[in-house]
Design a protein around this ligand. Structure first.
Ligand code: GLY
Ligand code: MN
Ligand code: MN
Length: 445
């Protein structure tokens, strides 16, 4: 029987993309301009390419899905402030690539004010940017810089004939990324859906697991569900690590066999309309936790639950991480994996041997989403509309000084959570994480 299809949220409409552009321009000086290229196709090997994935910043401001486009924002321009450059219509080429919207289609379908095809790019761009004093672009993006320098060079060469090249380049990233950090209702709906699809995929992998399967076969279960539900695929390379492979934080080979008596750690999330889910679950391959596995798992689970409960406006990711470090440190002392008093072990940061990463990151169009983590040197307070992960873990090396039952166990539990006015909404709650729930789901598989 085919799996159920979840109802899909509405795509983000042109009106919202327009509002985003307008709001961004309202922050910029009137004689400035924004220059923001979209993504191009990337070669996979020889003449085949990776599936196209639009650049997140460009997508955020346009929703325009084709490669090799360019957005120019011109605050105050009477003929229209949002100008898009896109690929030329070319019926012969479109036989191979599928239809390209062209300039007319871009205005009609995507609601930009004005559009040109790339064959006209140089001359139009120079005319549009002549006299704009400051160009805002992503200074970390070499393609943006090259493009801006080329325009500047051409205008500078014509300065004697009256052309007015830009006097300065400024970074668009702080303003744009501050906006992306706070998600709209439509974005939250997409993140909720990416979370729900990812949760189903994890349930499916849990139900399929048994000794003798390979890690890649659980990966196949996950990724089948991502596509079945209309997602584009994984939002990042899926991690399926059995046994000690779970201790390799970015383990993506997923080639090993799954063994009776081992745990398996799965860190995988679907991408839906370019928004990412990001879930980690860790469970026994054979469906039953051993005593040591359960003891360690409960330490991580308790830390994770307390961290989730702490998410609310006004707190900080640093405070949440500090709470996790305290809880994990105390748990490791209880289990005999660390010695001495909690205070002393917090002082010498002993937990870093077993927990070397931080607890949270922003989540959105990028799995490690944009947005400052600090403001004026201080951790920034959480606010409604922010979306983050909570993902504590413990990774116990197979070293001689470690009690044998704990060696090579890796555990991480990760959920996605939106900050709301009242507190939080966990977006990935549909996948079990209590020991009893996991064992029950697996017993019935
Ligand atoms: N899957 C990447 C992360 O959890 O941050
Ligand atoms: Mn994560
Ligand atoms: Mn993850």
């Amino acid at each position: 029987m085919p799996p159920e299809t979840l109802p899909r949220p509405a795509p983000i409409g042109n009106a919202e993309y327009r509002e985003r552009r307008t709001a961004l321009m309202a922050e910029l000086p009137p004689d400035s301009a924004v220059l923001l290229p979209g993504a191009s196709l990337v070669t996979r090997s020889r003449d085949s390419e990776f599936p196209f994935r639009q650049a997140s910043d460009f997508h955020y401001l346009t929703g325009f899905p084709e490669p090799d486009a360019l957005l120019v924002l011109l605050p105050g321009r009477s003929e229209g402030e949002s100008v898009l450059f896109c690929q030329d219509r070319n019926p012969a080429l479109e036989t191979w690539t599928g239809i390209r919207l062209g300039a007319e289609g871009a205005v009609r379908e995507h609601g930009v004010d004005d559009a040109y095809e790339n064959s006209e790019r140089e001359s139009c761009l120079d005319a549009l940017l002549d006299g704009r004093t400051t160009l805002y672009l992503l200074l970390d993006d070499p393609d943006s810089l090259t493009l801006a320098q080329a325009v500047r060079g051409r205008l500078a060469a014509r300065a004697r004939r009256g052309a007015r090249p830009p006097l300065a380049f400024a970074d668009l990233a702080p303003r744009l990324h501050a906006r992306r950090l706070i998600k709209s209702a439509a974005e939250l709906a997409l993140l909720r859906h990416a979370g729900a699809v990812s949760a189903r995929a994890h349930q499916r992998a849990m139900a399929a697991a048994r000794p003798g399967l390979a890690e890649f076969q659980l990966q196949a279960e996950l990724e089948h569900e991502f596509r079945w539900q209309g997602g584009s695929g994984p939002a990042y390379a899926s991690i399926v690590g059995g046994g000690a492979n779970a201790c390799v934080l970015h383990y993506v080979e997923n080639r090993a066999a799954l063994h009776d008596g081992d745990l398996v750690l799965i860190d995988a999330g679907a991408e839906f309309d370019l928004y990412a889910g990001d879930i980690t679950r860790t469970f026994p391959v054979n469906g039953r936790f051993s005593e040591a596995q359960r003891a360690l798992y409960e330490v991580v689970l308790e830390a994770q639950q307390r961290a989730l409960d702490a998410v609310r406006p006004g707190t900080t990711l640093a405070a949440i991480h500090d709470g996790v470090v305290r809880d994990l440190t105390a748990g490791l002392i209880r289990l005999g994996l660390l010695e001495g008093e909690v205070v002393a072990r917090l002082d010498d940061e002993s937990v870093k041997r077993f927990y070397p990463h931080s607890t949270s990151h922003w989540l959105g169009l990028d799995v490690h989403d944009v947005g400052d983590y600090r403001r004026d040197g201080e951790p920034r307070p959480l606010a409604p509309g922010m979306v983050l992960t909570v993902e504590p873990g413990l990774y116990i090396p197979a070293d001689d000084d470690i009690p044998a039952p704990f060696r090579g166990i890796g555990i991480r539990i990760e959920d996605d959570v939106a900050v709301t006015a009242e507190g939080r909404e966990v977006l990935t709650a549909d996948v079990p994480k209590q020991v009893d729930e996991i064992e029950a789901l697996m017993a019935n598989r």
